[in-house]
Design a binder for this molecule. Structure first.
Ligand code: GDP
Length: 423
């Protein structure tokens, strides 16, 4: 069984929490794209963890975790993340963590360039997490990036890095007036943080292909959501990688394999971090109340998230782009305080009503059409079965299913592993 767990919205849907829950039935969890710009929060019997780079299956002893070739990896950050897990008593060994030799290394100068560019943009900034993600993916496609496998051949890596830095420092110094990245300093950094990872690096594509052949269950974990996909999201306010399920086998290293199932993780309301069009956005007290109820502050950066009602137009598009077979509706419990629940049912663009998710420029002008559904007015965080959910909550779910054209299989009613209902 090859299953992708992907985000339907702008990210922060609770994918980490669902991977932690559903990985029970899987042998392997693979992260197939992105870097440490995401934060997956997982609350389970071992404690509360924020995972930026490691697959969320790392918290299960019997699951092998793979960091795929589609990822970009900041070695220093990974060392810190592994260190924090070990301190909390979680075992991290080459037996249950494997890192693709083809994954790209996010270097300190990528982080520096990300910051320099955001500062240059001033008020027009993108709201980057400043973790070097766009610069490192840029270099990947310029074919001027280092990959994890090069750590196993330090002399050749030093030669390549020398050439790369001659080029990169032209930009740092002459475009931004920044301080050049020194070769020796970068080599020391690679040695310090790369050396301990050597035994984890391998041809993970081969490993996964053999595992698939042997009938193992493999889960693909995405970062961010459909609306942040580099091709299909709200470009340029997207991430720099492909967040959609169709990319999962490629970013994992087994493009020869097909997915059996895609589970879309969709939030019961909308949130968005950073800049860019966000049609369903609420403001003022209404927004603050929802932000507080949902604890909507970024896991990676602590930034307050922009919030809004459930967006039918964007979510239906997200379901389509992910090719979701079924959905997990998360954070339903957060809406319990509302007497009536706002839902964005259509957009008005240039005076016309539309149900289709528009191109970014039109999206900038889009106005939301808001309707209200009846709230349930009671705490549902203790519900564990469909029968226990109030009629209004079931009506809300049924409305959403019809609106986005996909069945909801799981309803998450709290952050802890056991706080969910299967419909
Ligand atoms: P991810 O990046 O998609 O994994 O999502 P994040 O971890 O950034 O954000 C989800 C946040 O919501 C985390 O703090 C989770 O612990 C929390 N969470 C997940 N599911 C639920 C839920 O059903 N109810 C509540 N109240 N919190 C949830």
């Amino acid at each position: 069984m090859l299953t992708a767990i992907t985000g339907i919205n702008w990210g922060d849907e609770g994918k980490g929490r669902m991977v932690d829950l559903l990985s029970e039935d899987y042998d392997i969890v693979v992260r197939y794209q992105g870097g440490n710009n995401a934060g997956h929060t997982v609350v389970n019997p071992k404690g509360k963890f924020i995972l930026n780079l490691l697959p969320s299956g790392i918290l299960r002893d019997d699951v092998v975790n793979v960091m795929g070739n589609g990822m970009v990896i900041d070695l220093e950050h990974l060392a810190g993340e592994i260190g924090r897990l070990r301190e909390a008593g979680v075992e991290v060994t080459p037996e249950h963590l494997k890192i693709s030799d083809r994954a790209v290394i996010c270097m300190p100068y990528h982080v520096m360039l990300d910051c320099l560019e955001e500062e240059r943009l001033g008020d027009a900034k993108f709201g980057s997490t400043r973790r070097g993600i766009a610069p490192v993916y840029g270099d990947k496609y310029m074919k001027k990036a280092l990959r994890m496998g090069e750590l196993l051949h330090p002399e050749r890596m030093a030669q390549r890095l020398k050439g790369i830095l001659e080029w990169k420092n032209l930009t740092i110094e002459k475009v931004y007036g920044g301080q050049a990245a020194a070769l020796q300093k970068m080599l020391d950094w690679l040695k310090k943080y790369g050396e301990p990872l050597k035994s984890y690096i391998c041809d993970t594509g081969l490993y996964l292909d053999e595992a698939a052949k042997a009938g193992k269950n493999i889960m693909f974990e995405a970062q961010l959501g459909a609306l942040r996909d580099i091709d299909f999201g709200i470009y340029p306010y997207t991430s720099s990688s492909s967040t959609i399920a169709a990319y999962a086998p490629v970013g994992a290293g087994i493009p020869n394999r097909k997915l059996d199932k895609t589970i879309g993780i969709m939030k019961a309301y909308s949130t968005c971090v950073g800049e860019g069009p966000f049609t369903a956005e609420m403001f003022g007290d209404e927004a603050e109340a929802l932000r507080k109820a949902g604890g909507e502050y970024g896991a990676a950066t602590g930034r307050p998230r922009r919030v809004g009602g459930f967006d039918v137009v964007a979510s239906r598009y997200g379901v389509r782009m992910q090719g979701a077979d079924e959905l997990a509706l998360t954070k339903m419990d957060v809406l319990s305080y509302l007497e009536r629940i706002p839902v964005c049912t259509a957009y008005r663009v240039d005076g016309e009503l539309t149900q289709a998710f528009p191109f970014t420029d039109a999206l900038d002008e889009a106005q939301p059409v808001i309707e209200y559904l009846e709230g349930w007015g009671c705490d549902i965080s203790g519900c564990r079965s469909k029968e226990e959910l109030p009629a209004q909550a079931l009506a809300y779910i049924a409305y959403i299913e019809a609106a986005v054209g996909c069945k909801v299989r799981y309803v998450s009613v709290g952050p802890a592993r056991e706080q969910y209902v299967v419909l």
